[in-house]
Design a protein around this ligand. Structure first.
Ligand code: TRP
Length: 332
């Protein structure tokens, strides 16, 4: 049997180049390489615990699908679907919640840190915390177990969720007999590695990002904002600096070597920025065009997700039937 590698992507707004090089590209590359079956899905109902604006919810969900397709996700090679289209996940979610110890959820990082924060601030322990947030790891377990996934590529921050999934699967299997495959996390070390315009980690909360599909003008402006030192144009320059790092993300080997040479010889920061913009724009342009195509043809995106939904449901239905049987659900 082919092994399944699965990951969920939460719609959180526009993708920036830190997300792209840290998470999107490695995941797409991984799906290309391996000879297992890849399943990537939009974890839209996972976003509901904090996203209550209906326009943003649909906009972010659509934008995420268009972005991943534009970045080279090849849906003929993998299953690409939307979580909310798979009812089997939510039935499994309910069943799993009945074997999940509440204490396991109390210890989940996301909940625990919010609860601790509340106490520190003299608030009631569960202030502002909804059950969607509290139960989040169970839904994530349902996403993974309903597709019998073996490998789950995630960032370090999601490692505990996969461990919890294993624990829930183990408890269920012990109670009802072998039903679920125990999944393993594959930690992507690149997440959060790209630096932002001010030299701190690139993050929306620091307001130091470059949106992947911003306009050319915006891209030029952002690159011009990158902080450099005050050396003169003819001074040799050290490649251990922010602009060189950002340039290197987009450059091929030859371009990088050429830039290293010019750094040694002396080059003005203005020229470095010009070349960086050109290199970044050449890299992004074909993807930006694809992105605009999907933006203008939402029915194409819908078509792809529908096909993925059917394929994923075929797997989930088999697992759900097994689960129903094993818990003794009786159809008269
Ligand atoms: N919780 C993940 C995140 O915040 C997204 C996610 C939801 C996921 N379900 C998943 C990841 C299943 C891997 C497998 O990024």
């Amino acid at each position: 049997m082919e092994e399944i590698i699965l990951t969920g992507i939460k719609p959180t707004g526009k993708i920036h180049i830190g997300n792209y090089f840290g998470a999107v590209k490695p995941a797409i590359d991984l799906a290309k390489q391996q000879n297992a079956k890849a399943m990537f899905f939009i974890a839209d109902y996972h976003a509901l615990n904090y996203l209550k604006d209906k326009n943003k919810f649909s906009e972010y969900t659509f934008d995420l699908a268009a972005t991943w397709l534009a970045c080279g996700l090849d849906e003929s090679n993998l299953f690409f679907y939307r979580q909310s289209d798979i009812p089997e996940i939510f039935e499994i979610n309910w069943i799993l919640s009945n074997v999940t110890p509440k204490g396991l959820m109390n210890r989940a990082h996301a909940y625990k840190s919010l609860a601790e924060e509340n106490i520190k601030n003299g608030k009631e322990v569960d202030d502002g915390i909804n059950m969607g947030l509290f139960n989040y790891p169970i839904l994530m377990a349902a996403d993974i177990l309903s597709m019998k996934a073996k490998f789950v590529p995630v960032g370090e921050d999601q490692k505990q969720h996969v461990e919890i999934t294993r624990e829930i699967a183990r408890i269920f299997n012990n109670l009802y007999g072998e039903t679920f495959i125990l999944p393993e996390e594959k930690i992507n070390k690149n997440v959060g590695l790209v630096l932002g315009l001010d030299g701190r980690k690139m993050s929306k909360s620091y307001n130091n990002t470059i949106e992947l599909f911003c306009s050319e003008e915006e891209l030029r402006k952002k690159i011009n904002k990158i902080v450099t030192d005050s050396s003169n144009p003819n001074d040799p320059k050290n490649t251990d600096c922010l602009i060189f790092k950002i340039f290197s993300l987009f450059a091929n080997d030859n371009q990088r070597k050429e830039m290293e040479k010019r750094f040694k010889e002396g080059i003005s920061w203005g020229d470095v920025k010009k070349i960086t913009f050109q290199t970044a724009n050449d890299y992004i342009k074909p993807m930006r065009e694809k992105y605009m195509f999907y933006k203008n043809n939402p029915n194409k995106v819908e078509e792809i997700l529908r096909k993925g939904c059917e394929e994923a449901r075929n797997i989930a239905k088999i697992i759900l039937n097994k689960v129903r049987q094993n818990i003794g659900k009786y159809n008269f």
